[in-house]
Design a protein around this ligand. Structure first.
Ligand code: ZN
Length: 245
């Protein structure tokens, strides 16, 4: 969430960092934030780590079947995702990430950079280990992968009318995955998948919504073992199946 500065300090920051464009002072810093602060307006053609940070946060605002590359390069796909994000939150939708867009992101993120409606605890090893260890990747990588999913789910949640989403499984260690009967190639062991349980919006509604949230793996009703949850995951190559939807 946004760390609020006293008015005087904000004015000072803007005065120091503002730039002069055609005689007007344009603030280049929206606000300081406990997680991450963007220091410039981003538009098509921009490259850098700050673009990647933006891409992570708008990755759930893609066209159906699209998967936004987190490549630090602000191209047409990133601009389109930013535009949908802006429209989704009632901002002027121009595809340019400036102070208003960053302010909305600051309001949507906690100090650990996860979106406000999700926590790492919800996605941790559902066998009770709660440490993101023992998977196919390092704990740090698993957490980063999960954070990406959280932002995609934050978008899904918004598009579903701000409906809370209940996570029944996220990261699983290799042993945990085996004990719950998960596939030996399950994305859950890398923090690249999550399961949405029955207390959520109707399963087929969620399954369909996942298509515009950037999920390449999307399994639901009618797919073996998926009649009581919708599985969403990130991988290269699309695998969507829900025969009963
Ligand atoms: Zn799953």
């Amino acid at each position: 969430m946004r760390r609020r500065l006293v008015t005087l300090l904000s004015a000072l920051v803007l005065a120091v960092t503002g730039s002069i464009t055609f005689g007007a002072v344009v603030p280049t810093v929206a606000a300081a934030d406990g997680c991450y602060t963007w220091n410039r307006t981003l538009n098509q053609g921009a490259t850098g780590g700050d673009v990647t940070q933006l891409q992570i946060r708008v990755a759930g605002w893609v066209a159906s079947g699209e998967n936004l590359a987190l490549d630090g390069s602000y191209g047409p796909a990133t601009a389109a995702a930013v535009k949908r994000f802006q429209a989704g939150y009632g901002l002027a939708a121009d595809g340019v990430a400036g102070p208003n867009t960053f302010s909305k992101i600051y309001a949507l993120q906690d100090d650990d950079c996860t979106p406000i409606h999700f926590t790492y605890g919800e996605f941790d090893d559902n066998c009770g280990a709660n440490n993101f260890n023992g998977g196919r990747v390092s704990a740090a990588t698993a957490k980063e992968n999960i954070r990406r999913i959280m932002w995609q789910l934050e978008a899904m949640r918004r598009k579903l009318g701000d409906r809370p989403l209940n996570i029944t499984s996220g990261f699983r260690s290799v042993s945990c995955n085996a004990s719950v009967g998960g596939s030996s190639t399950s994305l859950h062991m890398s923090g690249l998948a999550a399961d949405l349980g029955m207390s959520n919006p109707p399963q087929c509604t969620m399954w369909n919504q996942g298509k515009t949230a950037g999920f390449e793996e999307l399994l639901g009703p009618g797919y073996p073992g998926h009649n009581d949850h919708v599985h969403v995951g990130n991988k290269s190559g699309r695998f969507w199946s829900a025969p009963n939807c």
